[in-house]
Design a protein around this ligand. Structure first.
Ligand SMILES: Cc1cc2nc3c(=O)[nH]c(=O)nc-3n(C[C@H](O)[C@H](O)[C@H](O)COP(=O)(O)OP(=O)(O)OC[C@H]3O[C@@H](n4cnc5c(N)ncnc54)[C@H](O)[C@@H]3O)c2cc1C
Ligand code: SF4
Length: 593
């Protein structure tokens, strides 16, 4: 933290002041809002995040540490038992994975930055928002997140990613083209600014905002947290500048439980409209109740967190009774669909390189009327998961076990014959180790990440005080059927023995899984159509209240088919500009950035 703000944390802990803004949640929406509002009101912005900070080397890798790496709700007044990174939810016909931690979804996301195709901003979106309106905000967010394609291999074997060429060949065979995705991964400051080539793998330097990062080591572990800080996660750019440069107060392990407007006398008053500010109640991991007061509140707890908090404030606690009846409507899973192809004849090497490197368009960028619009992205997973799969295999197939034993026996037999007749025996076990390990299943397996435009007709509501979701799966079924057909074509192309869709797709469960939950607090011109205003002077402001804002994935009136974090960040920039009156730029107010 700059010296100017060094004393504020302590002062804040002892004397709760009336702040300019409280931000709830630190994902793509929350991080942008925190930075921009802290630039406008230095030292007067408080960010509350339920998860932990993740410095270098702190992401779980061992089975023991992973067992504690999940997030679970805690009862009032009780200490939290699980405050890890992965918040996995199970709803009717739709499961979801989101993140808890400083940086939100950026900590476990696959780094893809992709603006929504222009046609997506259709009739369900308010007139104020289009690809053209959002273009300058996409540009700023992309520059801050330093999203660029993976550097070309140019003869460096360590930069060669086998699955990239496998997917490109499949695209050609399927009459499509594969394009490199822009990914928010650090390959050196010079590469990010297009002034030089990439930094050698594993070398470190400070990024333009002052955070030390490592040039990507191609370990394939992006979705379980990057232990060397090669991912351009939000804690290394927007939040870094907010805290170090503009004195934002950041409290982690702080879960917001209630938002109440204040009366003129400064008392909690659920009939008030927010003109006198708000009281925000939260709890720490020990279960201790805490609160803070502010002139404005930005709810950026992610689609599930924001809908749950606002529904509770409206329907259970009664502190925000004026919220629109559209709250919770228009949920989308962004058409997510995961598939696996295993035992192919070509190398896929899915444990190497950043998790996504490219995408193949199936009518998402250029739609065909009457056809589902989706795209396919390649995926990597951590090498330790491949060892786990190999460990499971003997139990899964006796023929595999016998095959391995026979191969091992053959090597030893050959050694024994060599030694007997020629006296040659080097003592080296390398050939044995080579034979035992080669031919692993994972090397010839692929993970296919599909996403597309679903019907966005889900409804979030409360059931026994907790968030619940109704997902009318059948209306999005044509999309899923087209995706499964594409997965089977990939299987044929790869000469693979097996294709299987996501595990929860098997009958009788038939659940979708989304890592991109969206909607429920749709942007609109009036409360009959949404929850949050899109009008100038009130962008992002919740209908019925003054200076209460939403800024996260819940704002989207439909899915975007593309990976959504770019659109969430761009919308947050667009809202922050309206609140602060400051045109956003990519320096984040950091000198020489
Ligand atoms: C495995 C995986 C891969 C992904 N890959 C991509 C990708 O490549 N590209 C892409 O664009 N998107 C990707 N996503 C999706 C992306 O991460 C989300 O769309 C994005 O993070 C949503 O941003 P947000 O601001 O809406 O909320 P989030 O990023 O979810 O942030 C919300 C934050 O609020 C906190 N919070 C919740 N409730 C409370 C509360 N009551 N009090 C305090 N804090 C609270 C949460 O802990 C969280 O940190 C991926 C997601 C996953 C899980
Ligand atoms: S591939 Fe490894 S080093 Fe590179 S960003 Fe992903 S987790 Fe970090």
């Amino acid at each position: 933290m700059s010296t100017m703000f060094a004393g504020l944390q302590g002062e804040f802990m002892t004397q709760k002041r009336f702040l300019e803004a409280i931000i709830v949640g630190s994902g793509f929406g929350g991080a942008v809002m925190c930075c921009r509002l802290a630039m406008r009101w230095p030292g007067e912005v408080l960010l509350l995040e339920r998860g932990k900070r993740y410095p270098k080397g702190s992401f779980a890798r061992s089975p023991h540490d992973f067992a504690a790496n999940f997030w679970a709700p805690a009862e009032d007044g009780q200490a939290r038992k699980l405050n890890g990174l992965f918040d996995i939810r199970n709803y009717r016909r739709m499961d979801s994975v989101v993140s808890a931690g400083l940086g939100g979804g950026s900590l476990i996301y696959a780094n893809v930055f992709m603006p929504a195709p222009a046609w997506v901003f259709g009739p369900r979106w308010p007139a104020q928002i289009s690809a053209t309106t959002l273009a300058p905000y996409y540009r700023v967010a992309q520059s801050v997140l330093a999203a660029r394609p993976v550097p070309p291999a140019e003869g460096d074997a360590r930069r060669t990613i086998q699955r990239t060429s496998l997917y490109a060949d499949f695209a050609r065979a399927d009459g499509r083209t594969s394009r490199a995705a822009d990914i928010a991964v650090f390959f050196g400051k010079g590469y990010a600014s297009r002034q030089s080539g990439p930094l050698p793998l594993g070398e470190q330097e400070r990024n333009r905002y002052g955070a030390t990062q490592t040039s990507c080591t191609y370990c394939g572990e992006c979705d379980v947290g990057c232990n060397v800080h090669a991912k351009n996660t939000l804690d290394l750019n927007y939040l870094f500048a907010a805290e170090k440069q503009h004195g934002a107060l950041v409290e982690t392990g702080s879960e917001v439980t209630r938002i109440t407007p204040l009366s003129e006398a400064g008392e909690p008053d659920s009939t008030a409209d927010g003109r006198y500010g708000y009281r925000v109640d939260y709890r720490d991991d020990a279960g201790t109740p805490l609160h803070a007061l502010a002139r404005r509140v930005v709810v950026a707890a992610g689609t599930l967190g924001t809908n749950e908090l606002l529904l509770r404030c409206r329907d259970t606690l009664g502190t925000l009774p004026r919220l629109s009846q559209r709250l919770g409507h228009g949920f989308s899973g962004n058409g997510d669909f995961l598939s696996f192809v295993s035992g192919g004849t070509r190398a896929a090497d899915p444990t190497y390189g950043p998790v996504i490197t490219q995408f193949i368009d199936y009518g998402l960028q250029q739609p065909t009327p009457g056809q589902p619009s989706f795209m396919l992205e390649d995926a990597a997973y951590p090498a330790f998961a491949a060892w786990y799969v190999e460990g499971l295999r003997p139990a899964a197939g006796l023929s595999y076990l016998f095959n391995r034993i026979a191969r091992t026996f053959k090597v030893f037999k050959q050694r024994w014959v060599d030694q007997l007749f020629s006296g040659k025996w080097s003592g080296s076990m390398s050939a044995y180790a080579h034979t035992a390990l080669q031919g692993d299943l994972s090397y010839r397996s692929s993970v296919l990440l599909f996403m597309g435009q679903d019907a966005a007709d889900g409804t979030l509501h409360l059931h026994r005080g907790r968030l619940a979701l109704d997902w009318p799966q059948s209306s999005s079924r044509p999309l899923y059927d087209a995706i499964v057909a594409c997965g089977k074509r990939f299987q044929q192309f790869a000469g693979a023995s097996t294709y299987f869709p996501q595990p929860t797709w098997a009958w009788p469960v038939r659940n979708n899984i989304t890592v991109h939950p969206l909607g429920g607090c749709a942007l609109a011109e009036e409360p009959a159509h949404g929850v949050v205003s899109s009008l100038p002077g009130a962008r992002g402001q919740v209908f019925g209240y003054q200076r209460l804002y939403v800024a996260d994935g819940s704002l989207l009136p439909t899915g975007v088919g593309a990976n959504p974090s770019a659109t969430i960040a761009a919308l947050a920039e667009w809202i922050a500009e309206d609140i602060t009156g400051m045109t956003p730029d990519d320096t984040l107010g950091v000198p020489h950035a």
